[in-house]
Design a protein around this ligand. Structure first.
Ligand code: ADP
Ligand code: ZN
Ligand code: ZN
Length: 777
């Protein structure tokens, strides 16, 4: 018998802990065809008189008496009085390292352990326990992909086999198989009936016909194999730095700080190839939005079918098939969004995080983990290496890169093709406005559009999303229609004349007159992307040498809703001659079109005004990233940034590609005001339906945190800011408050908060959670 620590799979806000259950010997041996009980197995247990699903996160020898031992969580290890596990429901989903990682994430991010263990279980439906015809309990996993695909591949006697001269069908099949594995269905489509031919060939050992599971979903066209090009000097230095870190095998971090187009992806590919040569596997994290078929094709082109893909735009079935494919051991490289860190890929020796600065690497619901930090922890445990890459590394990464002895920084300052970075011009819109111009396209941008488009070239125009929401305003009484559930104004949509809440989706027809004062003077303010498109259309139509035949391809949340729409729009842009790609932030990164010669930022300002200490950093990053879309191939490019704040240091420094100048201004500000990287922050979130209760609970928590820090930490450098409403104080009918906690950079900010949250009596009306290293306050 052994004692299992079992975490119960129930959604909970509270900080949970496993319970002990006894595991009888039969279960350890795999009773009645069930999987032997191991760490990572799903199990059926009884809790509070009810059956529940849990996962084994620890398995220990029993202690002789109750006071002789406890598990990590303080549960008794003596069998006396313990309930038994009722059934083992599945093969293990994770191993002891996975269990340790889940516990690390729970501790570090003050999150329920069950939510962390869930990162490792198969994607798809909520687990449901079913009883099979044999009377056994098991966990229902999403159904696996169909096995209707039969493939023909070379048999042991393939080379020796000579078809007879008149056996045409045999010759055709052998020729097809010589070119590569082929589906039976494809052979039949091409040559007609093949089954008797295949039977004959298989009987002679010339071919093997095997059933392969067809993985649901389309990873894109089978990319043609690519070979590694000779590396540039910078790339070679980067690969060498990664090799050195890999040889140390102790969780070193390599930061590749390389301008857009410097060939970072090629560096990743070669580092991965060497990792695979050593028999280890690799994970590549890519921001969700740049996980396009092109990105996947670059990895498949080098590593073929050993590449698995995992991201949230795939259906549950598709993700499950990829997960199961990884579990089978056939995948060696997983390319995916942040959750790809937790797939059952064995023996991971390298994790690459591309576009390291992206906010999407932080999860914004429990567990609120940062993929980079978790990957660093995992690689340290596994003796692997973490590679971070970006053209605009986060200030935190630059800070660690410069002073942490386990970090190495490599700069790639030149593009792989030797082209210079495009010059960036700042267009002062305030001056344009003063001189009487009213168009959202400055005269300089207009001239540049005319020049490039009439020469048959492509243009990318970036709309800063947040600055272009359109709303209704009553000119008589100032009324602005707001969402009844969220504290935001509703956005006006031209199509169908609707008002839509962009947080909760609430939709109403736009009123013809002001609902407050009945005035007919309701004016539309702001310029939605549709309006920008219409104005641009009118501008181009009247332009000599351009005209209506030049397409405008609009890419925003509306036009990319449908599956594959994003991809289709990009293909449309690639296929066109002169064309404009007009889009929100989603076009700022990863696009690689040869013939884009002009990039325009229609309004770079709005980010600067957000109550966000990272606003300057984000503006700087956005301009540098979008500039990287211009002049990637043989044609030189240029960039125009329109702004009402031409003097802002973030914009001026970005235009000069002068990161040092930006940091010289930004870092002292952060240090003085007490922001990362100089302090560690945690944001304590409090939310609920009753505004009064939420405010009271937030006050109470503030007092408790303040007292705890004073009495337990006793370090005057810690700071607890009073409870205040969040910037978005009401969202989907939920009122939100927060309390900001700041600690010295090297302090463990999680432990005291976890202690408080464990002891805290939950308020049934109000939720509370901790967000460690928050992306937004
Ligand atoms: P990044 O990821 O840094 O933006 P990429 O890896 O996308 O850069 O490379 C930019 C372009 O340069 C790609 O078209 C790539 O194929 C090409 N490239 C990269 N490395 C080399 C090399 N060593 N020789 C020739 N072309 C290269
Ligand atoms: Zn009014
Ligand atoms: Zn709303």
């Amino acid at each position: 018998m052994k004692i299992a620590s079992v975490i119960i799979d129930i959604p909970t806000q509270a900080l949970d802990a496993p319970y002990s259950y006894a595991v009888p010997d039969e279960m350890l041996g795999g009773e009645g065809g069930a999987h032997p009980a191991e760490v990572g197995c799903a199990v059926l247990v009884t809790l509070g008189g009810r059956k529940a699903v849990g996962y084994i996160v620890g398995l220990e020898e029993p202690a002789a008496s109750p006071d002789e031992g406890t598990d990590l969580w303080g549960n008794p290890l003596a069998a006396a009085g313990l309930r038994q596990v009722e059934a083992v429901l599945s093969a293990p989903y994770f191993d002891e390292e996975g269990a340790a990682a889940a516990q690390y994430i729970a501790d570090r991010y003050v999150a329920p352990l069950a939510s962390c263990v869930r990162l490792f279980t198969p994607p798809g439906a909520v687990p449901r326990v079913v009883r099979g015809r044999d009377g056994r309990w098991r966990l229902e996993e999403p159904s696996v992909g169909e096995v209707d695909d039969r493939w023909v591949t070379r048999g042991p006697a393939f080379d020796a086999f000579q078809p007879r001269k008149n056996a045409v069908r045999q010759q055709q099949v052998m020729a097809a198989v010589a070119a590569g594995d082929v589906r039976v269905a494809e052979l039949a489509a091409e040559f007609g009936a093949v089954s008797s031919t295949l039977r004959t060939l298989a009987a002679r050992g010339a071919v093997v016909v095997e059933e392969r599971r067809r993985l649901r979903g389309d990873l894109g066209p089978a990319a043609s194999p690519t070979v590694a090009p000779p590396l540039t000097e910078g790339q070679a230095a980067a690969v060498a730095a990664i090799e050195e870190a890999r040889a140390a095998a102790c969780g070193r971090v390599v930061l590749i700080d390389g301008v857009t187009g410097s060939g970072k992806t090629e560096v990743y590919l070669q580092a991965i190839a060497r990792t695979l040569d050593e028999g280890r596997s690799a994970i590549v994290l890519v921001p969700e939005i740049s996980l396009t078929p092109q990105t996947v094709a670059r990895f498949r082109g080098r590593f073929g079918d050993a590449v698995a893909v995992m991201h949230s735009r795939m259906s549950a079935g598709e993700r499950y098939d990829q997960w199961d494919f990884i579990r089978s051991g056939a995948a060696r490289v997983v390319v995916g969004a942040r959750s790809a860190l937790f797939t059952p890929l064995a023996n991971v020796g390298l994790v690459v995080i591309d576009e390291e600065h992206e906010g999407s690497y932080k999860q914004d619901s429990a567990p609120r983990y940062a993929a980079g930090e978790v990957a660093a922890w995992m690689m340290e445990r596994a003796g692997g290496t973490l590679v971070l890459g970006s053209a605009t590394p986060s200030i935190e990464a630059l800070y660690h890169g410069a002073r942490d002895p386990r970090w190495t920084q490599v700069a790639l300052t030149e593009r792989a093709n030797g082209r210079p970075m495009p010059p960036i011009e700042v267009v002062n819109m305030a001056a344009e406005f003063a001189s009487g111009a009213r168009s959202m396209f400055s005269s300089r941008l207009t001239r540049a559009l005319a020049a490039e488009l009439s020469a048959g070239r492509k243009v990318v125009l970036l709309l800063n999303q947040r600055g272009f929401a359109k709303f209704l305003l009553c000119r008589d009484c100032g009324f602005v229609p707001e969402c009844p559930s969220c504290s935001t104004s509703l956005t006006y949509h031209e199509q169908g004349a609707k008002l839509v809440c962009h947080h909760c989706g609430y939709t109403v027809p736009a009123p013809p007159v002001c609902p407050e004062c009945n005035s007919p003077y309701l004016k539309k303010f702001g310029a939605g992307t549709q309006r920008v498109e219409a104005d641009l259309r009118a501008l181009l139509d009247g332009m000599a040498g351009v005209g209506p035949s030049v397409p405008i391809i609009r890419m925003d949340a509306d036009t990319t809703k449908a599956k594959g729409a994003h991809q289709a729009l990009l293909e449309q842009f690639a296929a066109a001659d002169a064309a404009v790609l007009l889009g929100t932030q989603m076009i700022a990164k990863g696009l690689d079109f040869d013939d884009v010669t002009l990039v325009g930022v229609i309004n770079a300002d709005t980010q600067l005004h957000l109550p966000d200490y990272r606003a300057g950093e984000r503006t700087f990053q956005l301009i540098e990233q979008v500039a990287g879309r211009a002049g990637r191939a043989n044609l030189p490019g240029r960039v125009m940034v329109q702004t009402y704040e031409a003097d802002s240091i973030a914009i001026r420094a970005a235009a000069a590609y002068d990161r040092a100048a930006f940091l010289r201004a930004e870092l002292p500000k952060r240090q003085m005001l007490g922001f990362p990287p100089y302090v560690r922050m945690a944001n304590v979130l409090v939310w609920g339906a009753d505004e009064h209760e939420v405010g009271r609970e937030a006050e109470l928590l503030y007092g408790q945190i303040h007292e705890l820090i004073r009495s337990e930490v006793g370090d005057s450098r810690w700071q607890v800011l009073p409870a205040v409403p969040c910037v978005l104080g009401k969202l989907r009918n939920t009122y939100r408050y927060h309390i900001v906690v700041k600690a010295p950079q090297d302090a463990d900010i999680s432990a005291p908060l976890a202690k408080l949250f464990r002891a805290r009596k939950p308020n049934p009306q109000v939720n509370a959670a901790v967000d460690v290293d928050p992306m937004d306050l």
